[in-house]
Design a protein around this ligand. Structure first.
Ligand code: BGC
Length: 355
């Protein structure tokens, strides 16, 4: 059932809602269908993120809000977004979903706290017949199969690890001695892992290393720590690595850019001389990491396409809310996965320009 008129807005939620014209553009933009003259369509989207302090999720939701505003300008539609943070509690997130349903959301976007614990949300949504788009934190396939109106928008997890590994391979091919500073023919590395059990942390940890090994290079692991995607935690772990191994670390594989930046903080504080810096590799392509790359502090990162994922999520949300055709890039009727891209000093300028 489609609701008309300005939707009610629940107190406490951050709200975006603008009224726009030009119904003709609606179909062209793939979101919403033309509505009779004088009538306005409202789309109400509930968004819950796992943690309001996560840099990448902040980028993704900022872009989502911006794109929603642009979309409103192109459509005869009001898009109202209720955004909440679960602050790391699955129970709170479940309660937020109940609130979204009570507030009359047409579709709910969930950045789930615990990707193995989606059953409450799925049951609530199915009973209320409100589609759910999970994003960034991927459910196990069987859960996503439980109802036809469950979707996932994210990236190709395995590819990010491979691309990170390939950045190191390219550096080794162009100047192995510069990477293998102690000249022992092995690459001494430390690994900074994101959250335990997160699909991206698992894949990135595994495939970064296996890709380099498959290219014929031998690696020696000096340390491997979980730093929960977090800059301060990574700084702490890297400080411990430096205390234990001093300048023996030649490569730092970090599951994301925030932790790579934490590594850099630790290197600066420890006063490591530039010629003794390890190769620092991240993933995400955040603005701060691009700056670090330009300064030569990081050797490379891999773009986790926040804009593309935000666009995919918005297109899908609008389509399911209005009963319009689903986006062309939806695979198996359920998945939108954006590819990753390699960023090195050679092409960083184009990403800095794009913002
Ligand atoms: C990003 C991390 C982020 C995590 C949150 C990953 O895809 O690379 O930066 O912290 O998602 O779930």
């Amino acid at each position: 059932m489609r609701r008309r008129g300005r939707p009610k807005i629940r107190r406490g939620a951050r709200v975006l809602g603008l009224l726009c014209a030009a119904a003709v553009l609606a179909a062209a933009a793939g979101c919403g269908q033309a509505v009779p003259d004088g009538e306005t369509r409202n789309i109400k989207i509930g968004v819950s993120i796992y943690d309001q302090y996560d840099t990448f999720i902040g980028l993704l939701t900022d872009r989502f809000l911006r794109l929603a505003r642009e979309k409103e300008e192109a459509l005869d539609t009001t898009i109202t977004i209720l955004q909440e943070s679960a602050a790391g509690s699955q129970m709170d997130q479940n309660a937020q979903v109940e609130d979204f349903i009570r507030s009359g959301c047409d579709v709910i976007c969930i950045n789930i706290v615990d990707r193995t614990d989606a059953s409450v949300i799925i049951d609530l949504a199915e009973t209320a017949e409100i589609p759910v788009i999970f994003f960034n934190r991927e459910l196990v396939e069987e859960d996503l199969e439980r109802w036809s109106k469950l979707y996932y928008v994210g990236a190709m997890a395995l590819q990010s690890g491979r691309l990170q590994g390939r950045i190191l391979i390219d550096l080794c091919r162009s100047d192995f001695k510069k990477v293998d500073r102690n000249g022992d023919g092995l690459l001494q590395y430390v690994m900074l892992e994101g959250e335990a059990g997160h699909q991206d942390a698992i894949m990135r940890t595994q495939y970064s290393v296996s890709t380099v090994e498959a290219a014929g290079y031998r690696l020696e692991r000096l340390g491997d720590e979980i730093a929960n995607w977090n800059r301060a935690q990574a700084d702490n772990k890297m400080t411990q690595f430096l205390e234990a191994h001093a300048n023996a670390i030649e490569v730092v594989f970090s599951n994301n850019d925030e932790m790579a930046l934490g590594t850099i903080d630790a290197l600066h504080r420890a006063g490591v001389a530039p010629e003794d810096w390890p190769v620092v590799l991240g993933i995400d392509g955040t603005p701060a990491a691009l700056q670090a790359l330009q300064k030569g502090e990081m050797a490379g990162t891999v773009l986790n396409n926040a804009l593309g994922q935000a666009q995919g999520m918005l297109d899908l949300a609008c389509a399911v809310a209005t009963g319009s055709p689903l986006p062309n890039n939806l695979e198996d009727g359920k998945y939108i996965r954006l590819p990753y891209e390699t960023i090195t000093p050679a092409n960083v300028a184009q990403y800095l320009e794009a913002g």
